[in-house]
Write a new protein. Structure first.
Length: 566
């Protein structure tokens, strides 16, 4: 039982350091404690540990969890670990009933009455012996205060703006000028969420399916939708960072950046959430009880992780990229994406992810670190994986004309197929397809740069993007062939009367202009995210250089090779 605190103690000590913990959330469904550290004006409290014996049970209580100093919290967690080690050694018949949290405390329930008064006090941490100080959430709070522009004000306060006013407000937001950041380069990426699993061990094993099933109808859009992909300016600021739409890059300009551009090297960008989630549902499809999913020897779920590393191995062998990066959404429950801040209903209709999947979305980062696989995530959670992929493509194209492979079943990323050397690796049924700009234009009859306009009209149920209700897929591509964009359509709306097939949609477009403009805003992938992880990134850091020893350790854990063959 004592092992349930080992990872928690190590992570608080080495990732939070001698900082204050401002908030804590305990997710009962997976026994996960998530703590957040940033400068707080709340008075810092001193946590304590107490025991209570009643009705044949023992309760160990740790409180409060926040706001406290990390050293103080680790001292009481360490004492709790000492209690459980004492029980493990001297009371083999005692079982853990439950770990729970409410009212800013953790309660551990045991099924026997145990006197813990004689357990010796554990060695105390102090500032000289305690971990590494990392200011995980020491950021500018103004970034998270919505600007009082017309678009934000209308959505968040519920006040009505005219269609013209909302359109102007959104257009202003899209055309913000952005100044360069002066932050120092990050040599490595730290995980800003401290997520630690307090899992009761379970040694149940099942075999995992080797093929990823095509779940795109239900789960394929797990990533964000869409991209503002043709931008010329490179400037950024500490504003919300939506891209400027001035001076778009043309297809020819992409390939005439500098004489030094390398045309032979290959970059692979993997949508980490999409690949892991597809792997999860492929292996959980016929499993009724989540606890029967594949686990490692420590009882941690690995059904999705195993398939992820298998697919990664296959992708690297098949496409032989020179550079690699895996992009993730930030799953920190305290953080909110830029789109959700602008439109609170964004992705609000999605079901909660299963507990076993949530655990593996956290664990995949450690797996990639062990294998020395480059990855990227916005530490503040504003920008999503699609935005990071779009921004990395733009950064690469400024230096290199070589082939880019995007690995994802998310059709939203079609927007990024804006040159002949960028491809998306997708699953169609059981077949893997290398999808190109030419394929897209053949399938849809429009340009990839118009894909956000399609979403603006049709909407997207998976992301709760409204679109224009009553306008179906039958004529949307013909409309965009004629009017090029939603903005141009609204500038020439009455011309719909001239077309027999289009005129019936005129009332719907007229009454839902706000929804159309908002939907395009939400459905646009940002390709110039103003975060240090992208702006200060040296492309050379993405050179593929797998740690062989770390890979072997991961493969042993996943059951892909035996320990003696490591």
């Amino acid at each position: 039982m004592a092992t349930i605190f080992s990872n928690l103690l190590w992570n608080v000590e080495n990732r939070i350091g001698n900082n204050n913990i401002s908030d804590a959330v305990f997710e009962k469904q997976i026994n996960r404690l998530t703590v957040q550290s940033f400068n707080t004006k709340k008075p810092i409290l001193i946590p304590s540990i107490d025991t209570k014996i009643e009705s044949g049970t023992t309760q160990i209580i740790i409180q409060p969890l926040a706001p406290v100093n990390a050293i103080d919290l680790c001292n009481v967690l360490n004492q709790a670990k000492g209690y459980l080690e004492h029980i493990d050694t001297n009371f083999a018949n005692v079982n853990l009933l439950q770990i729970d949290a409410s009212d800013n405390k953790i309660s551990i329930y045991l099924d026997k009455e145990i006197d813990l008064n004689d357990v010796k006090a554990q060695e105390q941490f102090n500032e000289d012996t305690f971990g590494v100080k990392i200011d995980l959430f020491d950021f500018d709070s103004n970034l998270f205060e919505p600007e009082n522009n017309g678009a934000n004000y209308s959505v968040e306060k519920g006040e009505e703006l005219s269609n013209k006013e909302l359109t102007q407000a959104i257009s202003q937001e899209l055309k913000k000028d952005i100044q360069p950041t002066n932050n120092n380069a990050l040599e490595s990426q730290s995980n800003t969420t401290l997520s630690n699993e307090l899992e009761v061990e379970n040694s149940t094993r099942i075999s995992t399916e080797e093929m990823v099933m095509d779940e795109k109808e239900k789960y394929g859009n797990e990533r964000l939708v869409i991209t503002q992909n043709e931008i010329k300016k490179e400037s950024f600021s500490n504003t919300d960072g939506f891209p400027s739409n001035d001076n778009p890059i043309t297809e020819n300009e992409v390939f005439t950046k500098t004489d030094e551009c390398n045309t032979k090297e290959t970059l692979m960008l993997i949508d980490g959430n999409n690949l892991l989630i597809r792997g999860y549902y492929a292996t959980a499809h016929f499993v009724e009880d989540e606890n029967d999913l594949l686990k490692d020897q420590e009882g941690n779920f690995i059904n999705a992780l195993k398939l992820f590393v298998q697919q990664l191995e296959r992708l690297l062998k098949t496409y032989s990229p020179d550079y690699l990066c895996v992009a993730f959404d930030n799953n920190n429950p305290f953080l909110e994406t830029l789109r959700k801040r602008f439109y609170p209903a964004y992705k609000a209709t999605r079901d909660e992810k299963p507990a076993a999947l949530i655990q593996q979305l956290d664990a995949i980062i450690d797996v990639l670190v062990q294998m020395n696989i480059p990855f990227i995530m916005d530490p503040k959670g504003l920008y999503e994986a699609d935005d990071l992929i779009g921004s990395l493509i733009k950064k690469w194209r400024n230096q290199n004309n070589g082939t880019i492979y995007i690995v994802s079943n998310d059709k939203d990323l079609y927007q990024l197929l804006n040159d002949p050397n960028t491809f998306q690796i997708i699953k169609k049924g059981s077949e893997e397809v290398v999808y190109s700009k030419k394929d897209f234009e053949s399938d849809y009859g429009i340009l990839t740069s118009q894909w956000a306009d399609v979403k603006a009209i049709l909407g997207d149920k998976s992301d709760n993007i409204l679109g224009v209700s009553g306008v179906g897929e039958k004529f949307v591509y013909d409309i965009l062939k004629e009017y090029q964009s939603v903005e141009n359509l609204y500038e020439n709306l009455n011309r719909l009367l001239e077309n027999h097939n289009f005129k019936r949609y005129l009332p719907k477009f007229k009454s839902q202009q706000k929804e159309a403009m908002l939907s395009k805003y939400l459905a646009t992938i940002i390709t110039n995210v103003p975060i240090e992880e992208v702006q200060q990134l040296d492309i050379k850091n993405l050179i593929l250089n797998v740690n062989v020893e770390g890979k072997q350790t991961v493969y042993v854990r996943m059951g892909l090779i035996r320990e003696e063959l490591k």
